[in-house]
Design a protein around this ligand. Sequence first.
Ligand code: PHE
Length: 366
Amino acid sequence: MSELQAMQARLVADIAAAADLDAIEALRVGALGKAGSITALLKTLGGMSPEERQAQGPAIHGLREAVTAALATRKAALEGAALETKLAAERLDMTLPADARPLGSVHPVSQVMDELAEIFADMGFAVATGPEIEDDWRNFTALNIPETHPARAMHDTFYFPAQMNDAEGRAMLLRTHTSPVQIRTMMAQEPPIRIIAPGRVYRSDSDATHTPMFHQVEGLVIDRGIHMGHLKWTLETFLKAYFERDDIVLRLRPSYFPFTEPSAEVDVGYKQEKGRRIVGGNGDDEGHAWMELLGSGMVNRRVIANCGLDPDEWQGFAFGAGIDRLAMLKYGMDDLRAFFDGDLRWLAHYGFGALSVPTLSGGISA
Ligand code: PHE
């Protein structure tokens, strides 16, 4: 056996016996690296006579090819084995339950707003909106609450500093009710008008039943020949659909709002059951009582005229209700402040599934 054959046999045997990829790499460097044994042999070719080179050349190149091939074969075998081991160790167990992902929920206020939109859409009402930063003309003056009127004091208003007055010099404020949306709607569109306007309102007030920000829904109908019968029917139909019961009894109590004339506070009969108020029944019946639910009335002629409409031609009614209050009554929460604390445990308990969209046919609390 020639020296080269012996060298090849030794290298190929070492390569075949290499235990891991590091060992393979060490053998490759030792044979074919810059200072490797085969590299050294290849370098000797340059100093040979042409005859010698003709004799030695193929043998040395053959050695290099054999070693290169052996390295590749062993490397592939080791990599294959490593992959097998890894696959065996990392096998996926498809029967394991998936990680639970935190799912958000729909806040009861949003849910009730959806229910309101659904119920009133069925009666031909559109949803209207207005800005929460309002001017005092739309929030008060146009609604027949003049500068010096004591009714302004009923709403503990958050005003912006005077340098933020608008171009017409009107003071800016956080709207104290959704009624300015009445003004915006009457000024923007021709009657007939049928809208509800849900949204945030602000008053400087804070205890278990009052928060500085809360939600109201305004209702407004303007048409020819509208009277209080329409108002009562609309509210009754709404409350029956909302509370999902037919025994809703209303009591209209004379009241005062500057923007309606006549005005009525609307009470609804209820009874106390296991510490909860259950809406339904006649408040005058045994075991029942009345609770004030919303404010309403026929839109004051002055308000209609302030919006540029002729009050002899157009009449209508308006109402305003607290959305948070409606949610508490239907879903049984008792502290309004919890609505806005953002406590995830409360939201998980009282929130609604993102896909449980209220529909009149499928039931709105489904
Ligand atoms: N804007 C009144 C309030 O905030 C409610 C209301 C609206 C009353 C419309 C009558 C008509 O108290």
